[in-house]
Design a binder for this molecule. Sequence first.
Ligand code: PMP
Length: 471
Amino acid sequence: MLRTSRRGPGHIEAALTLVGCGSVGPLGHNGPVTGPVTHDRSEALFARAAAVTPGGVNSPVRAFRAVGGTPRFIRSASGARLTDVDGLEYVDLVGSWGPMLLGHAHPGVMAAVQEALARGTSYGAPTEAEVDLAEEIVGRTPVEQVRLVSSGTEATMSAVRLARGFTGRDLVVKFAGCYHGHVDALLASAGSGLTTLAVPGTPGVPETATALTRVLPYHDRDAVTALFADEGDRIACLITEAAPGNMGVIAPDPGFNRFLAATCADAGALFVSDEVMTGFRASRRGQWGLDGALEGWSPDLMTFGKVMGGGFPAAAFGGRADVMQMLSPVGPVYQAGTLSGNPIAATAGLATLRLATDDVYARITEVGDAIKDAADKALSDAGVPHTVSSAGTMFSVFFAGGPVRDVDDAQRQDTTAYAAFFHAMLERGVYLPPSAYEAWFVSSAHDDAAVETILAALPAAAAAAREAARG
Ligand code: PMP
């Protein structure tokens, strides 16, 4: 077996339960055992992975670079828990970055998927599951029509193209710190000279790809008003996360999204609300259920992903019927996908949404509140500057004093303190996002024992954060 010298900090992990995996367990044992804790299998896999995949991972944050150490390779997951290839079990607060609203391997979702699998995996022709899923999405949100795609990136890319095709205009407006997938035109940050001029956020995106993108500070109404006064007749759309979740979770000020929708409407631009993360998560009807539904406005276009795919690669964009009718094959704006509306993914998403009852959201609220309160108390007791921030049932903990209202505030975080906190939690059997800039995702499968594991780990993790804190 390949070995590397990389080890996570500390070895308190002996306190963890080692779980066997039944009769063919890679550890060669059944049931809980105690003994020295190792990460040999994760380390060996990471070394193999790094030889054949850049950084050893297929999406960057998974590599633990922001917190150090070796990523855990996961073998299985059930309910609120992950089991890694070394047989260590963790209470999961990542939830596949949002999709696992019902927890892992929910019996209802698994049964639906197994039934669908027996009928084949992809046909490249329409299916009933796609119609059912589209109807479910239309039933919960203000969109009149929806098209299924395979990732959130595809959804936002397609929504921007559609907005440009519909309006015949070319400019796209976004906010600094909002992430909409790795679409070239949206991988831009504000340039230092002119605050709104977008410069590519990564090599590989040419300046011409972001030349038509404008980036504004989140929550800055004056900047929005000024830009629309200046260039409003060129703006195809303004896209925003319905509630930012990719710089940590920030709730939009009351009325902020309504203001954006109205500003777009006045200028003849489209308002695109990205609910890839918040959709069917922040509330049953997403962030829109917390503002637009109550205030009486709707986005022109919306994007969805994560929960609506039930853990499979499925996403969607939708909106006003007159705008959606611009899409091929009815309209001239081209958009397509070999695996779009894949029957297994559509089945998993549909089962997830149908099982996401009010009880599910009530449980997620209850679990989230317990974790937020305990994290707040533990960090306060330890004297670690922090801000607990939520949007509906979504939340994160910033390792910086508040208020946190935009990306500049979020970047005041003490990421060194977070790294220590993260590892202390991991050693105590809690899997947090390996970056300070991410939401903590709970599920309705987080039972009392899972919550207890998290609460029990917090005081020592807060102390570790204090120890590591800057200054
Ligand atoms: N939009 C938002 C708001 C997201 O949070 C994400 C993913 N985190 C995306 C778009 C991109 O989705 P995907 O990773 O499926 O391409």
